[in-house]
Design a protein around this ligand. Structure first.
Ligand code: FAD
Length: 288
């Protein structure tokens, strides 16, 4: 299939892109790396009349630390995340998550903003964003708002973003030093989306869990924050029984669709398994 005809624009600034979005409204679509949008256009699930390429807007790229916040431009590629010395040192969960995304071709062009804005529960960044307590800067021609990741994903391919908004930046509170983390992903083969995956951050005080976040990929219509599982671990030690109980609580919120990756029961069981693995690995990486 080939896409329906469209007009192509490559604005050089956010302001110009916002002007085009305002002018063409629902008929317009933003293009980032194109690895999700172009397949949808070829299948004619998406049929924009006006395609606004964000690729020439340099102010939308980059990774920096600002006080106790890591700020990442929405057009920063997966590859740039993976090779960022700042992220490797201060936010390794994001690096680990990005390394799990597809293959080098996708990671060279695919962007963190596109992965999040697409609203696909199979994508890896959304759960990582929930685990990291990230928030997203959304800009329109009338202003800017900052929306927490927790609440941003409202349904399958649906987010809290409005049609006239551009995601400009991802903000992540710099994890406290000594925090352990892990993204554990089960996939059928290299390059595949997750059958199930779990993102965990974990801080220990002695042998007790002082802080923990757990978020799940591809076991519901949105990424899932496993709140009861988190609550069950705070102030407890990381024993096999406590980890198994947390995994059980995480499984209780899963509602995956059966497909070629497995039945709903299998995917739910794998979400529990990934949660256990991520908790154990994050625990071994956390400083006591
Ligand atoms: C073979 C293959 C395997 C893949 N495997 C994985 C995987 O394992 N894990 C994973 O997470 N992903 C995977 N992906 C998806 C890939 O990561 C995409 O790159 C990603 O989903 C979208 O990012 P993009 O930059 O390509 O965005 P695009 O495809 O250009 O855009 C996606 C959507 O987001 C919107 N958008 C993009 N940027 C912005 C912005 N700044 N503000 C507002 N809206 C915006 C677009 O309008 C569009 O609706 C795979 C893709 C392919 C082709």
């Amino acid at each position: 299939m080939i896409p329906r005809p469209f007009e192509y624009y490559a604005p050089a600034s956010i302001l110009d892109a916002l002007g085009l979005l305002q002018k063409y409204g629902e008929e317009a679509k933003l293009l980032a790396g194109g690895h999700s949008l172009l397949p949808m256009m070829k299948l004619r699930f998406a049929q924009p009349g006006h395609l606004i390429d964000l690729g020439k807007i340099s102010e939308l790229r980059g990774i920096r630390e600002d006080g106790d916040t890591i700020r990442i431009g929405a057009m920063t590629s997966e590859n740039d995340l993976i090779w960022s010395a700042l992220l490797q040192k201060k936010c390794p969960l994001l690096v680990e998550g990005a390394r799990h995304i597809s293959d080098p071709q996708v990671r060279y062009r695919g962007t963190i903003g596109g992965d999040i804005c697409h609203g696909d529960p199979a994508n890896d960044h959304p759960a990582v964003m929930l685990a990291l307590g990230a928030s997203f800067v959304l800009r329109s021609s009338t202003g800017e708002r900052v929306v927490p990741a927790d609440g941003f994903f409202v349904g399958m391919y649906a987010t809290a973003m409005h049609a006239d908004e551009i995601m400009t930046e991802i903000r992540i509170p710099t994890p406290a030093s000594g925090t352990g983390s892990c993204y554990s992903k089960l996939k059928r083969k290299i390059g595949d989306f997750a059958t199930a995956a779990a993102a965990v951050t974990l801080a220990m005080k002695g042998e007790m869990v002082s802080q923990v976040t757990i978020a799940l990929t591809n076991v519901g219509a949105t990424p899932l924050k496993a709140r009861a599982a988190e609550d069950s671990l705070r102030g407890k030690s990381l024993t096999d029984a406590n980890i198994a109980n947390a995994a059980h609580l995480a499984m209780s919120i899963c509602d995956p669709s059966p497909d070629q990756r497995g039945s709903a029961e299998y995917k739910t069981a794998m979400a529990g398994e990934m949660t256990q693995r991520a908790l154990r690995t994050a625990g071994s990486r956390a400083l006591r």
